[in-house]
Design a protein around this ligand. Sequence first.
Ligand SMILES: Nc1ncnc2c1ncn2[C@@H]1O[C@H](COP(=O)(O)OP(=O)(O)OP(=O)(O)O)[C@@H](O)[C@H]1O
Length: 300
Amino acid sequence: MIKVESLTKKYGGFTAVDDVSFVARAGRVTGFLGPNGAGKSTTMRVMVGLTPASSGEVTVLDRAFADLPNPGREVGVLLDASAQHAGRTGREILTIAQRTMGLPRGRVDEMIERVSLTPEEADRRVRNYSLGMRQRLGIATALMGAPEVLILDEPANGLDPAGIRWMRDLLRDFADDGGTVLLSSHLLHEIEVIADDLVVIGNGRIVAQGTKAGLLEQAGTLVRASHGGAVLAQALGAAGAEVSVLDDGSLRTDAAPEHVGQVALAAGVPLAELRSADSAGLEEMFLELTADTQREGAAA
Ligand SMILES: Nc1ncnc2c1ncn2[C@@H]1O[C@H](COP(=O)(O)OP(=O)(O)OP(=O)(O)O)[C@@H](O)[C@H]1O
């Protein structure tokens, strides 16, 4: 389990992480989601003792990371796949990790195989690795000590579609075996398939958190009128529903689809589409929640 309590991180006068609290539980994959610069990496860096907190605290398995006697055996960390000595081979990097953690030598080959690097690739210098190969090497290092917790910053970066599926399966199995997985992404679709819980951050603040199912429910209903969208929005508002207008002119509302259908019928508005919000609805909600932090000013 990872517990973040009222964490604040300031760089001079700038608050990168602002009173953030959440828990990543054992047996579950927690997706840490937010646009570029939202504060995900900073939170994770504090988590593993690379950056001191300005206030608040983070515990991993009920202890501060610095107090874990052999951290690699308890927490697997992948923050920056490129932060490796470029002149070393993948095998050398894994061997250093294996020795530091006091593990049997055979563990290196086991991990190389686990992340599907070929022996020839493992003997190549990291400067010649593709980004996807670096990620695989980083995941191999993180898994080396058979930890209970995985903390991964944007692990899907650079992986091809088959690699992304491979990683999903790996993380799913890890959580199903009772492990805790926290993984960050700026792309909802990248983690929503695998995450059980989501923590959404924007501008250093948590803007939503909960189970994926609960957040999907909150994402409500999507409705698109053939014409008369404004009339429908007004009628839904008059019926006590919350309504927001999306970029394509469709509406997102907290009213149930059945209720929306009744309101549309009463208002004489023909519908082109009516459905419970699925992942597209979650994406819209994510964009709305973090709208003021999106550089492109996306969302309604
Ligand atoms: N050492 C530092 N000094 C000053 N500001 C920093 C420092 N490290 C991070 N920041 C700022 O803190 C904010 C949060 O950065 P962070 O890297 O945590 O975001 P992120 O959510 O991981 O973004 P991305 O998805 O782009 O990786 C950014 O505005 C960043 O510029």
